[in-house]
Design a binder for this molecule. Structure first.
Ligand code: NAD
Length: 728
């Protein structure tokens, strides 16, 4: 099997085509890199070859490095293995860049151009950056950039050093530090690529046949090269680096090793010759790859996320792709579900009790599409096409032929039972019925169905168009085809599914609530609310617990608390929390939607800072707790609930627990999720912290039996429950 092939034509152009067999997208493996290196060596040595064009046999150029390979380099060779692997890649790319030219005169090299038919990401852009000219097809769907930072690493194939030298530290920052992706035209405007053309191979061919010696010399290989915007020791460059350093630290709170390492690689690399800088990049890359955070992030955000999206836990059933979905309830959730479904090419029947409510639900899609058009992300034709797929009506007869129903009416068992019966009277016998309830047990709602094995929970998060996670909940009687249908639907709308069993609040909400409650409880104790919020952010939580409850709304918190108390009776543990939440609700401070909550907001809804009224009601204790104590409380509140969900059998796969936590509520992504975080701590240390927290703050922190057992055996979660291993 060969990933790269080469053809030499009569005019002396060698076309190297990247086309990994059996894959829809090219990814670079170690074998592939060695093949490319050999072909380049051959073409450079062949006197008949005048120039080289590197392109792809697929519709896109490449998706990047195979992250499984990167993980393998580390697992097999440790730090030295990673460093050697990266350095050999650097040598290959440098060979392309120098193209056989005389190192002194910089003459006599062979022109090498890249021709990108579509998307070029990660090493798929780092390789072109090493060539002498980059031609991209005029394909607005193509994405060009270096997204490595999103999975906890940074561009380590020379991308960091080349791009910062090409664009300057400031110009390269959005691409390196934020993983910004651009379409070809924007990529050209930013200086990432050189040309956008109709036929990139033809243009690249033409270019290599006419290029001069000077065209091949990169700015950094020329005498007197200066980094655009200035090196770190130049006054302007100094300011850039001071600013960037503060910005990175402000954004990452110091918990993402990759961002800091990237900045160090650029800073240190800028002060030495190019080849030395590549070595520095390789060292920092190795450093990041050996950090447990990057292992955990790659595992959760890339390997496991992809495995779940590809149906790792899909029961064996024939294809259950959805052609026509019926959505009951055109409120906030129904309208969002209609939009993502129609965007995925599915016909949608959107039902509400009143015609104007149904129309309003459909209008939501129009608003989103108009916004996309104004940002040049969509077109009038696309809008007409998507809206044309949505039928807004009150007539249940329109549900005829729907193979899936998603119910999103009021959170009321009576209303839900009523619409279930009405829909089932019309839909085909084999259709699957899903409810989007957030709190009602699926098995109870399934009683209203004549086909409980075809009844399931598909729980979306708000806002539906932005949130990537979908929780699929199996009721007691839910059959495997319903699970397969839900998974195939989630795949169609390009979200990430987790499949859990039925229990109070399922998985995500079950873990979010204790996090919020712990923050609110601290306010009642007189802990400085700013300290609570910052402690959470310094652990890498995107929102502190008080901001989170403002976003989800305080009256919803009150409703959930009342329902939970009614269900639990005397065992209900959250009286202190309720006091605060009920008081806030009485004060009319319902959160962001009321422009008043734990935070103060201005007239336009912009968050101003924590509400001063909190101090009067809950005076600050003279003795404030230690930062770590607050952080442990906030993290263990969530994490122990995740462990209990595994113990109870709500979670069947810790991969789902970790991916779901990051995508569902932003659980400290640097950690790879609650189970990965516990593995970093070690079960024994986690139990020690639980014991201390229990003594100081109460039984809610008691270590679950499973965790104690694992501590005694010296086990880790991934060791015991990782891919393919049995759940608790
Ligand atoms: P919503 O009040 O915005 O929308 C409910 C819609 O259902 C309204 O448009 C209402 O007119 C319609 N409706 C009520 N009775 C009906 C009937 N008999 N026939 C047809 N339509 C009827 O509520 P929402 O926030 O969209 O929530 C809907 C469901 O999704 C609830 O079960 C809720 O628990 C769940 N959910 C909500 C969120 C969230 O963040 N809001 C998140 C996940 C799940």
């Amino acid at each position: 099997m060969t990933d790269f092939t080469m053809q030499k034509d009569a005019e002396g152009v060698a076309i190297i085509t990247w086309d990994v067999p059996g894959k829809s997208m090219n990814v670079l493996s170690l074998e592939g890199a060695a093949e490319l290196d050999a072909l380049i060596g051959d073409a450079l040595a062949d006197e008949a070859v005048k120039g080289i064009v590197i392109t792809s046999g697929k519709k896109d150029f490449a998706a990047g490095m195979d992250l499984n390979v990167i993980a393998g380099m580390r697992d097999n060779g440790g730090a030295q293995g990673v460093f050697d692997g990266i350095m050999s890649l650097h040598h290959s790319l440098r060979k392309i860049e120098r193209a056989g030219m005389d190192p002194k005169t910089l003459k006599g090299g062979k022109p090498i151009a890249s021709a990108l038919p579509g998307t070029a990401l990660g090493i798929g852009l780092e390789l072109p950056l090493a060539t002498h000219r980059i031609f991209a097809a005029d394909n607005p769907k193509a994405r060009i950039g270096l997204p490595e930072i999103m999975v906890g690493i940074f561009p380590g194939g020379g991308g960091t050093i080349r791009l910062s030298r090409k664009l300057g530290a400031m110009g390269a920052a959005p691409f390196l530090l934020e993983g910004k992706l651009s379409d070809p035209k924007k990529a050209k405007a930013a200086g990432l690529i050189d040309e956008v053309v109709a036929d990139p191979v033809a243009s690249a061919r033409e270019w290599v046949l006419n290029a001069s010696d000077a065209d091949l010399v990169k700015p950094w290989d020329q005498k007197g090269y200066k980094m655009p915007g200035g090196e770190p020791f130049h006054p302007a460059g100094f300011m850039t680096f001071v600013g960037a350093s503060a910005m990175v630290h402000g954004k990452t709170m110091g918990v993402y090793p990759a961002a800091r390492a990237l900045l160090s690689a650029v800073y240190e690399g800028a002060q030495v010759p190019f080849d030395q800088a590549l070595k520095i990049e390789a060292r920092w890359f190795t450093n990041v790859l050996m950090n447990p955070s990057s292992t955990a992030m790659i595992r959760s955000l890339f390997i496991n996320k992809e495995a779940l999206e590809k149906g790792a836990n899909r029961p064996d059933a024939p294809d259950q792709k959805v052609a026509r979905v019926g959505i009951l309830g055109a409120g906030m959730m129904g309208a969002g579900i209609a939009y993502v479904s129609a965007m995925a090419g599915i016909q949608v029947v959107l039902i509400d009790a009143k015609q104007d409510a149904a129309e309003k639900g459909k209008a939501y899609s129009e608003t989103l599409l108009d916004k996309a058009i104004s940002r040049k992300k969509s077109t009038e034709e696309k809008k007409a096409e998507v809206l044309g797929r949505i039928t807004a009506t009150t007539d249940y007869a329109a549900l005829e032929g729907c193979d899936l129903i998603v119910e999103a009416v009021f959170e009321d068992p009576g209303v839900k039972a009523d619409v279930t019966a009405k829909a089932e009277a019309v839909i085909p016998q084999d259709a699957i019925f899903a409810t989007n309830t957030s709190t009602l047990p699926i098995s109870d709602l399934a009683r209203a169905s004549a086909r409980p094995d075809q009844f399931i929970g598909i729980h979306f998060f708000s806002p539906v168009d932005k949130m990537l996670l979908v929780e699929i909940i199996k009721g007691r009687e839910t059959g495997p085809r319903a699970v397969a249908k839900a998974l195939d639907f989630v795949r169609q709308i390009r979200k990430t599914p987790i499949v859990v069993n039925d229990a109070r609040f399922f998985y995500a909400n079950r873990c979010i609530i204790p996090y919020i409650n712990e923050g609110v409880r601290m306010v009642a104790e007189g802990v400085n609310p700013t300290l609570v919020e910052n402690a959470a952010k310094m652990m890498g939580m995107p929102l502190g617990p008080l901001q989170l409850v403002d976003e989800t709304s305080i009256d919803l918190g009150v409703k959930v608390a009342k329902a939970t108390k009614a269900a639990m009776g005397d065992a209900y543990p959250d009286g202190t929390v309720d006091e605060v939440l009920f008081w806030m609700a009485d004060e009319g401070r319902l959160g962001r939607k009321a422009n008043a909550g734990f935070y103060a907001y201005d007239d336009k809804g912009k968050r101003q800072g924590l509400w001063e009224g909190l101090d009067a009601k809950y005076p600050r204790a003279g003795d404030q707790p230690d930062l770590h104590d607050i952080q442990h409380r906030l993290m263990f509140a969530q994490t122990l609930e995740a462990v209990r969900a595994l113990e109870d059998g709500v979670l069947e796969d810790i991969r789902e627990g970790d991916v779901g936590a990051i995508l569902g509520w932003g659980f400290a992504p640097w950690s790879g999720g609650p189970f990965a975080w516990l593995d970093m701590l070690g079960a024994a240390r986690a139990v020690e912290i639980c014991d201390r927290l229990t003594a100081a703050h109460g039984e809610r922190f008691a270590a679950p039996a499973l965790l104690r057992e694992m501590a005694a055996k010296g086990q880790g979660f991934y060791e015991r429950f990782g891919a393919g291993k049995q759940a608790a």
